[in-house]
Ligand binder design. Structure first.
Ligand code: IMP
Ligand code: MG
Length: 198
C-alpha cells in the first residue's frame, strides 16, 4: 500500500513521537486547570486513528463520543457543505470538551462542529487537529493544538482517505497521480504487478 504513494509527508515515527508530545501537553493543560475529566469528541471517520492514539497518551479520565461528518464525495476537494450524519449522544453541558479532527483544510468542518458543541454550553472547548494544511482558510478560528503543518496537497493515510481507502496506512503521504482518479482506481491497481507474494 505504501508503494501507492508518490511522497511520504509525515512518517510513522514522526506521527508516534508528535502524538506522545501532544498527549502530554494536553494532560498538563487540563491538570493545571484542575480538570479531572474531559469529554473527547472525535470527528469520524478521519480522526479515528489519531483520537485512538492521542487518548492513550492522555493521562486523565476521558469520556469519548463521535460526531460523523461528511464533506467529500469521493473527490479530493470539498463539493458539499460539511454535513452532520450522526450526532453525539453525550451531554456536554458544563463539561471540558476536547474536539479532535484529522486535518484542517478550509476549516469549515471544525467551525461547524465547534458551533454545534458550543450550543451545549460546555465549561471549556479546545480543538486539536493532527494536520493543518497551508492554505487560505474560509473561517477565522484557528485550532488550539496542531500536530503538523503540511503543504497544500491532498494526503492519505493514518485515518485520512481517498474514496474510503488508505485510512489504515500507518504514515501520511501523497498518492501517485495515476491513483488519484476514483473511476480509474481499480483499473490502475490491476495494472500493477505485485513485487512478491507476502
Ligand atoms: P475542511 O472542512 O475543509 O477543513 O475539511 C476537513 C475534512 O476534510 C477533514 O476532516 C477530512 O476528512 C477532509 N480532508 C481535508 N483535506 C483532506 C486531505 O488532504 N485528505 C483527506 N481528507 C481531507
Ligand atoms: Mg475524508
Amino acid at each position: 500500500m505504501k508503494s501507492d504513494l508518490a511522497q511520504v509527508v509525515v512518517s510513522e515515527d514522526e506521527i508516534k513521537h508528535r502524538i506522545a508530545e501532544l498527549g502530554n501537553q494536553l494532560t498538563e493543560l487540563y491538570r493545571k486547570k484542575g480538570v479531572e475529566e474531559i469529554s473527547a469528541i472525535c470527528i469520524t471517520n478521519g480522526s479515528i486513528m489519531f483520537a485512538a492514539d492521542l487518548l492513550r497518551h492522555f493521562n486523565l479520565h476521558a469520556r469519548l463520543d463521535c460526531v460523523r461528518v461528511s464533506s467529500y464525495k469521493d473527490e479530493d476537494r470539498p463539493v458539499t457543505e460539511p454535513e452532520i450524519i450522526d450526532q453525539i449522544r453525550l451531554d456536554l453541558t458544563g463539561q471540558h470538551v476536547l474536539l479532535i479532527d484529522d486535518i484542517l483544510d478550509t476549516g469549515r468542518t471544525l467551525d461547524k462542529v465547534t458551533r454545534i458543541l458550543r450550543a451545549q454550553k460546555p465549561a471549556s472547548l479546545h480543538t486539536c487537529v493532527l494536520l493543518n494544511k497551508k492554505r487560505r482558510k474560509q473561517v477565522k478560528s484557528a485550532p488550539d493544538f496542531v500536530g503538523f503543518t503540511i503543504p497544500d496537497h491532498f494526503v492519505v493515510g493514518y485515518g485520512l482517505d481517498f474514496a474510503e481507502r488508505y485510512r489504515n496506512l500507518p504514515c501520511i503521504g501523497v498518492l501517485k497521480p495515476e491513483l488519484q482518479n476514483p473511476p480509474n482506481w481499480c483499473a490502475a491497481r490491476k495494472d500493477e504487478q505485485p513485487a512478491s507474494r507476502r
